[in-house]
Design a protein around this ligand. Structure first.
Ligand code: DQA
Length: 147
């Protein structure tokens, strides 16, 4: 089983960026924790980050036929990234949307996600642990484990 972990704009500077909102861990540290969790769950983890929407769309188009599910933090594209949303919808894979911060407790414009309608579910505000919970849940569902 292969799971794609996708991060959008500005998530490459986690660890430096507004730590009180996004936490102290770098994206490499989060990716390492996800790899370790992947080993425990016996699934392959492929992590990818880009600051550009087109590059994210290209990655999804290229990788989705060989993958089983996606965990994605779309960054600010969450709120207006329609081509990213379409690529996710078209790939046909189960998707879990993750946000480090609680997007419903911040500026009003952040409370709208154009990705949420094409995702199975969303985790918002649980920091880096949200990625781990998303991975565990996605894999459990793909393996047909009961709730
Ligand atoms: C974010 C929330 C977005 O509103 C913001 O633009 C980000 C990060 C989060 O993880 O909390 O870049 O997706």
């Amino acid at each position: 089983m292969k799971i794609l972990i996708i991060n959008g704009p500005n998530l490459n500077i986690l660890g430096k960026r507004d730590k009180t909102t996004y936490g102290e861990k770098t994206l490499s540290e989060i990716d390492l924790l996800l790899k370790k969790q992947g080993e425990k769950l016996n699934v392959e983890i492929v992590s990818f980050q880009s600051n550009s929407e087109g590059t994210l769309v290209d990655f999804i188009q290229q990788q989705s036929s060989s993958a089983d599910g996606i965990v994605i933090n779309p960054g600010a594209l969450t709120h207006y990234g329609f081509s990213l949303r379409d690529a996710l919808a078209d790939c046909g894979l189960p998707i879990i949307e993750v946000h480090l911060s609680n997007i419903y407790a911040r500026e009003e414009w952040r409370a709208k996600s154009v990705i949420a309608p094409v995702a199975k579910g969303q985790i918002s505000g649980l920091g880096w642990r949200g990625y781990i919970i998303a991975l565990q849940t996605l894999v459990a569902e793909l393996k047909g484990e009961s709730i």
